[in-house]
Design a protein around this ligand. Structure first.
Ligand code: GMT
Length: 377
């Protein structure tokens, strides 16, 4: 396969779409492609130097006349500069709003024949697609892209339903870096958290937004804790954190609910965890579930969006209806009190992350799309 020059735009701060964009860029660089990140800051997972990975910072003017800083225009201009100066073959944008539209504008501005690949990640469709002020713009960005992908079949179907594009959308599942997300030895980390050997550990990691249903996670945990010794690790930060801390404080097991804030090396926390909870209202994929599964931690998730494409019910985890904290607790207890079954689920979770979500095959798929875009234009 010929080596290409690929521009990548994403939200560089914590969030699944930024993680996927960055991991994809790193893996493409390892295959010899030249990668140009065009973002407002260095993507947080870009934690290693590569000679063929470049960062182009989008700087937004805060000229006093502007009531709102024009990020979209600044991004489009920067993209146009990079397309021209670096002679990009492809620009791959993650998240439709505003990135797909900016890429289309940048191609016009640059006058170059660059290919545009847009990957839809979830809330850009499931939340913003319901907003009448943005729907037209999302449809425009999708139609004008050369290739559009979605991270699950569920998201693809929802895009057709909500946005009604004529464009064909392809599903390419998310993946994890299996050099990082794998079972590792973390010594006495569990003890350092004051967790004894016989206690089970349940983990949840997210941006603590309302759709993540943190109170359901606490409720399910309390039902588990009433039966067995256990701890709940809550990783992340966001708008719901304060409220959840207050809910936790009111429970008889407040000492067993540990708020860890944002953490960089979550794989070390997965190494001391037995089960992952993701009980969201909406979730196009649930990348954090896959990260946990790759480390041998099965998940309990809600049967919503793309989660049923990640968790195979009764094989590598369990699915429950949104809000059904009784079922979540029952399934959790079923695994946490049966070491042999938990072990089977652990193995099945790791196998799924290696097979169905095989990172090398997924990168092959993206490379094939870039080739197709180059032929199309
Ligand atoms: O879940 C979030 O709030 C962050 C959001 C994002 O845009 O980064 O995540 C979305 O993209 C991830 C990567 O494709 C998916 O794993 C998440 O399921 C998806 N979130 C939602 O659909 C709510």
């Amino acid at each position: 396969m010929r080596k290409m020059k690929i521009g990548i735009t994403c939200y560089p701060t914590v969030g699944g779409s930024g993680v996927i964009a960055t991991e994809l860029g790193k893996m493409l660089a390892e295959r010899g492609h030249e990668i140009h990140f065009i973002t407002s800051s260095v993507p947080f997972r870009l934690n290693k130097i590569y000679p063929n990975v470049f960062f182009h910072e989008v700087e937004v003017s805060n000229y006093s006349v502007f009531q709102f800083p024009p990020y979209d225009i600044a991004l489009s201009s920067k993209m146009a500069d990079v397309i021209k100066e670096e002679k990009l073959d492809v620009i791959h944008v993650h998240y439709a709003i505003p990135h797909a539209i900016c890429a289309v504008l940048a191609r016009e501005m640059s006058g170059e024949n660059v290919g545009i690949v847009t990957t839809l990640h979830g809330t850009d469709i499931t939340v913003l697609g319901q907003d009448s002020t943005l729907k037209q713009a999302i449809r425009y960005g999708i139609e004008k892209s050369d290739i559009v992908t979605a991270v699950s079949d569920s998201l693809k179907e929802q895009t057709y339903e909500l946005i009604q594009p004529t464009k064909q959308i392809e599903t390419i599942y998310n993946f994890v870096d299996d050099k990082v997300f794998r079972p590792i030895d973390v010594g006495n980390l569990k003890e350092q958290f004051g967790i004894s050997d016989h206690e089970r550990v349940i983990i949840h990691a997210s941006n603590f937004r309302k759709i993540k249903n943190l109170p359901d996670i606490v409720k399910s945990f309390i039902k588990i804790r009433e039966q067995i010794p256990a701890k709940l690790l809550l990783v992340g930060d966001g708008p719901e954190k304060q409220r959840v801390m207050e809910i936790a404080k009111e429970t008889p097991y407040k000492k067993d609910i540990i708020f860890l804030g944002k953490q960089e090396n979550v794989e070390e926390l997965f190494a001391i965890s037995d089960l992952m909870f993701l009980l969201s209202d909406k979730e196009s994929f649930g990348l954090v579930l896959l990260e946990a599964m790759a480390c041998g931690v099965p998940g309990i998730g809600t049967a919503t969006g793309g989660i049923p494409e990640v968790i195979e019910h009764g094989i590598n985890g369990y699915l429950v209806q949104i809000g059904d904290t009784d079922a979540a607790a029952e399934y959790a207890l079923d695994l946490l009190t049966n070491e042999e079954k938990l072990q089977q689920f652990r193995m099945a979770a790791m196998a799924a992350s290696k097979d169905k979500f095989n990172s090398q095959q997924i990168i092959d798929h993206y490379e094939a799309l870039y080739e197709r875009v180059a032929v199309l234009r």
